[in-house]
Design a protein around this ligand. Structure first.
Ligand code: NAD
Length: 296
């Protein structure tokens, strides 16, 4: 089976990028949202991103216009009936995702493959809302999708090997590098990244150094592009806390448990960059200052 027509459900931060990269790869792409304004917002971000590729010389103006023309927006799920691959990127809520997949299962052709872009939910639990378990995978893209090269391809205990191969080929067709993993909380990247971020918070709680010193340590000593606290503020303290809870519930290991300081920050609304305050204060966004109130 060849993927010729792609359906994307959700045109938010991730869905708009997933739809854009499919259209850039030359595929007819239909993207579904729940309202006209949200669809407009998602498509406007695709337009801005395509324009940046043209500015940088990665795409010609003509190629960008053609990619844009391959994208068809819709509010009707029924229009995804002919898609060979449907990628879901709606809100991170298992009940909502199961409802969506159950409805899609009735609409989509039997041979179509379903994929979820979830960061933390179980692919197996979503799959059981449909009758196409062997044709159901996880396809975990990274933000911002048009720039980030990685896709985690997630197989379950019942995924057909040919469907895994098709998912890997699809990611390569987008110019991405896929890595294969199985359906366990965190997949590969968050399984390694989240305990590291939680440990940075513990090191701060234990007085190993200041926020800036720990960030500088990992940036300059390990050549990381940013330190753990800058990254936590970027990803969102709330999002990381939520993923840590899921990892802890799956593995019941202390290293996945969110530290008390992180919990207090979430309760206080200090979510990081998006809230204007986290481990740093973004009162002047170009010149973040260490949040000295956090300890002591
Ligand atoms: N933000 C990230 O960095 C990131 C990275 C990897 C994976 N993810 C995953 O991607 C998914 C989407 O995250 P996001 O950050 O793009 O969220 P988002 O809130 O920006 O976008 C979600 C969109 O889905 C829409 N939506 C909800 N129900 C819908 C439905 N039934 N049909 C069509 N659209 C619907 C919402 O209106 C919203 O616009 C989540 O599962 C998340 O875990 C996010």
């Amino acid at each position: 089976m060849q993927v010729r027509r792609v359906g994307v459900v959700g045109c938010g931060l991730m869905g708009s990028g997933i739809a854009q990269v499919a259209a850039m790869a030359g595929l007819q792409t239909i993207v579904r949202e729940v309202s006209e304004p949200l669809l407009d917002k998602g498509l406007a971000s695709v337009k801005t991103s395509l324009a940046k590729f043209v500015e940088k010389g990665t795409l010609t103006a003509d190629q960008a216009a053609q990619a844009h023309a391959r994208l068809r927006p819709t509010l009707k799920l029924a229009e995804l009936a002919d898609c060979d691959l449907v990628i879901e990127a709606i809100i991170e809520n298992l009940d909502r995702k199961r409802e969506l997949f159950a409805e899609l299962d009735r609409i989509a052709k039997p041979e179509a493959i379903f994929a979820s872009n979830t960061s933390s939910l179980s692919i197996t639990e979503m799959m059981t809302a449909t009758k196409r378990g062997p044709r159901f995978i996880g396809m975990h893209f990274f933000n911002p999708v048009p720039l980030m090269k990685l896709v985690e391809l997630v197989k379950t205990v019942v995924t057909e090997p040919a469907v895994v191969e098709l998912g890997l080929d699809y990611a390569r067709k987008l110019g991405k590098t896929p890595i294969l993993t199985s359906d366990r909380a965190g997949f590969i990247v968050n399984r390694l990244l989240v305990p590291y971020l939680l440990d940075a918070v513990r090191a701060l709680e234990e007085g190993f150094g200041t926020i800036e010193d720990i960030d500088h340590g990992m940036k300059l000593g390990c050549n990381h592009p940013m330190g753990p606290f800058t990254l936590l503020d970027y990803v969102g303290i709330d999002t990381t806390y939520y993923i840590a809870e899921i990892l802890f519930n799956e593995y019941r290991e202390k290293r996945f448990a969110p530290p008390p300081l992180m919990k207090r920050m979430v309760i206080a609304g200090m979510y990081g960059r998006k809230a204007g305050k986290g481990f740093y204060d973004y009162g002047d966004p170009k010149n973040p200052k260490m949040n000295r109130q956090l300890l002591g």
